[in-house]
Design a protein around this ligand. Structure first.
Ligand code: HEC
Length: 121
């Protein structure tokens, strides 16, 4: 009993950190879909986000070489803190929602591999 509890306590933080990709797809559909296609490369108001996790930014003016978890988290937490003149504006997104959105994009890249074709800048 005690051991099982200990195991759950040990696993919880890593589970929270990993994020829930299935839930992230739903959250992204609500929060990002108004301006982005999240599972194609076609441009909407913003660039298509298919395979965004792990690729270089297609937009100018962001201090990242690659959209990894930390870069995506900083960007969707506060786009204007990263790039003051960006046109991407969105109301604050809860920590858990950001983690789940990032987990979704990561799972998408894991599934489709590197995506070529988005070169805006
Ligand atoms: C109000 C419209 C709007 C919403 C909502 C929005 N975005 Fe954006 N997004 C943009 C625009 C416009 C750009 C281009 C910004 C620039 O060039 O500065 C952009 C750029 C991006 C980029 C850079 C893409 C690249 O190819 O480098 C990422 C990543 C991104 N958005 C993720 C998201 C995510 C994830 C969400 C949902 C949580 C979201 N955005 C919600 C408008 C939006």
């Amino acid at each position: 009993m005690f051991r099982a509890l200990l195991l759950v306590l040990l696993l919880l933080p890593s589970m929270a950190f990993a994020g829930d990709a299935a839930r992230g797809k739903v959250v992204a559909s609500v929060r990002c879909l108004p301006c982005h296609h999240i599972d194609t490369l076609s441009r909407s108001i913003g660039p298509g986000l298919l395979g965004v996790y792990g690729r270089a930014p297609s937009i100018s003016g962001v201090p990242f070489d690659v959209w990894d978890a930390a870069a995506l988290d900083a960007w969707i937490a506060s786009p204007r803190s990263v790039k003051p003149n960006t046109r991407m504006a969105l109301p604050p997104i809860a920590d858990r929602d950001r983690a789940d959105i990032i987990a979704y994009f990561k799972s998408q890249t894991d599934a489709v591999g590197p995506v070529k074709g988005v070169v805006d800048k």
